[in-house]
Unconditional design. Structure first.
Length: 593
């Protein structure tokens, strides 16, 4: 059977030479064209972020155009140039698109400016002539154009957002809304559903003014379902048309740069998380070798004692009695005792177990604050949830958590910086990007359900591991009983040492306590989920119920972690005492031999 492969044809492309001498590359595409094929044909330079400009300038007073030109030319164009962002808009020589083109041109085309427009409704030099049906000219200062095969304004919107999503690809994105009508309303809704922040230019007219008014009256009912969703779920920020361009530029730079407060929080969490994992691995390896070498030391001592007994009965040749085997065992006993003593001293000196616990506790505390912040992003208009107050609160909590950590044993050694992807992929639920605002339904999925699934996985894993170790203890104890019954009492010490080592390892796992806490936490989360599911749609839409869902979930997670930290500290204290006792016994064996 032969398989045929279909290949997507490359979009038609070319170059427009405008009368001002500026060339621009264009591609003509079908509405369903794959965005990555379109981007390949565009040949765009590398970029570090995306600025999406939505709206128009219809109905604006002429004197306001100059003010808008300052915002777009001085703020949007400059912030894009200095952050390496690409600008995406409608591409025609009208309204905000023309002002945007002029701003980019004034800065020497330092930023790519891509316009997406209906192919059947625009004209350009060397293209279709402007006819009576009202074709709009393309702006002469844009660097690239995507001409979508449609004869309807708004027919290009799906392509615009498909390209925007492909261009974003994990990079910071900011949407700027100026004026705007019905098409812009659909575009803003798409941006909100993508989780992109939207800056609304208040005073620029129509849609922008309507959204600004609704943002200032958060408790007022919104009849329009589209506007209601935008207000409820959108990460919206108002900026006045008559505001200082420098302030607008700073706002956009903060959104477009990689040092936003949420990225800084994820970076700090990733640093603590990565170092906690490293200290955990170091602690577990050290405990494994302390217990293993201690067990081997007991075995070597018993072999040496057994050899002496057999030799005293004349069962061995003189060469073996006073020769190589006895010397090897003596060296082995001394070496193993020295190794155990050194490892115990190293464990006491480096305190990897205590650092693991502290780093894990503070990493999870940061993670809780991150999820609280993301929930606040979706509670527009609630008291104390303005953009600045939200960021200040998160910054204050980050400062408090890091200061507490630096006053502990974790500050003794340098923390290695995490250099991977943010947020760390294995810390997120499937489909979560770590940055989007969390509505109640999304919080339930990416936080509560994800933690519930984690607890259930850990319950299964810990139960299996605990049962294996407990069976090993039972079997070793049974073997010791049999050895004692048949007269091999010397070797009972070996099975006793094995039981002691496995029991100590089981103590480091804290399996019994963790199973109990995981069961309790999973039950509590199930109860919270059941309570939420029993609420009506109207009740689930109330902010206080969302806050109760969030706070109850985070409290359950915090209590589980607090209990784990307390129990692990107690377990470490007992473990260090046992290691000290074993080290003294090893030194005693060393002196004897």
């Amino acid at each position: 059977m032969q398989h045929t492969h279909t290949f997507e044809p490359e979009p038609r492309a070319g170059t427009i030479h405008f009368p001002n001498g500026h060339p621009a590359r264009w591609v003509r595409v079908a509405p369903e064209a794959p965005p990555h094929a379109v981007l390949r044909a565009l040949r765009l330079p590398p970029h570090q972020g995306l600025l999406l400009l939505l709206g128009g300038a219809e109905g604006m007073a002429p004197e306001l155009n100059e003010r808008l030109a300052q915002l777009l030319g001085q703020a949007v164009a400059r912030s894009a140039a200095e952050t390496g962002a690409l600008i995406l808009d409608g591409g025609t020589h009208s309204g905000v698109m023309a002002l945007m083109g002029r701003g980019v041109a004034d800065l020497g085309y330092r930023s790519p400016l891509v316009g997406v427009a209906p192919a059947d409704l625009v004209t350009f030099p060397g293209g279709p002539p402007a006819e009576a049906d009202g074709r709009a000219p393309l702006d002469e200062h844009h660097t690239h154009f995507v001409l979508v095969e449609t004869d309807t304004w708004g027919g290009e919107t799906p392509t615009l957002f498909a390209l925007a999503s492909a261009l974003a690809d994990g990079l910071p994105v900011t949407v700027v809304l100026v004026n705007g009508g019905d098409i812009s309303r659909d575009e803003v809704l798409r941006a909100v559903r993508q989780g992109w922040p939207v800056v609304v230019i208040e005073g620029s007219g129509r849609l922008a003014n309507a959204l600004a008014l609704l943002m200032s009256q958060p408790l007022s009912p919104v009849a329009d379902p589209v506007l209601a969703e935008i207000i409820a779920d959108g990460d919206l920020c108002r900026f006045p048309l008559d505001g200082p361009p420098q302030d607008f530029e700073r706002l956009l730079k903060r959104e477009l740069r990689e040092d936003s407060i949420l990225k800084l929080a994820w970076q700090r969490f990733a640093d603590y998380d990565a170092n906690a994992r490293r200290q955990q691995r170091l602690f577990q390896r050290m405990q494994f070798w302390i217990l293993t070498l201690g067990l081997l030391g007991t075995l070597a001592a018993l072999l040496q004692t057994q050899l002496a007994r057999v030799a005293s009965g004349g069962a061995l040749t003189p060469m073996l009695t006073g020769g190589v085997l006895e010397d090897v065992l003596q060296v082995l006993v001394v070496a193993l005792a020295a190794a155990v003593t050194a490892l115990v001293a190293a464990a006491s000196r480096f305190k990897s177990g205590a650092r693991w616990i502290l780093l894990r506790a503070h990493a999870e505390a940061l993670k809780r604050e991150i999820y609280r912040y993301r929930c606040l992003l979706s509670t527009r208009g609630a008291p104390g949830t303005g953009r600045i107050s939200r960021e200040r609160r998160l910054a204050s909590r980050m400062k408090s958590i890091s200061r507490q950590l630096m006053q502990t044993e974790a500050n003794v050694s340098a923390l290695r910086s995490y250099r991977g992807r943010l947020p760390p992929p294995d810390t997120l639920a499937e489909g979560d990007d770590g940055f989007s605002p969390l509505t109640a339904s999304r919080y339930l999925r990416v936080r509560l359900n994800d933690q519930l699934a984690y607890y259930r996985r850990r319950i299964d894993e810990l139960d299996r591991r605990s049962h294996r170790l407990q069976w090993l203890i039972i079997v070793a104890g049974g073997v010791g009983t049999v050895l004692g019954a048949v007269g091999l009492t010397l070797w009972v010490a070996l099975t006793t040492a094995l039981v002691t080592s496995v029991t100590a390892w089981l103590g480091t796992l804290q399996a019994e306590h963790r199973l109990m806490k995981y069961h309790q936490s999973a039950t509590d989360l199930d109860n919270i989920k059941a309570w939420w599911s029993a609420l009506s749609i109207e009740e689930q839409g109330r902010r206080r119920n969302f806050e109760l869902l969030r706070d109850s979930t985070e409290l359950v997670l915090q209590m589980e972690l607090t209990g784990w930290v307390r129990e692990m500290k107690d377990a470490l204290t007992r473990l260090h005492a046992r290691h000290d006792r074993n080290a003294r016994e090893a030194r005693t064996r060393q002196r004897r031999h």
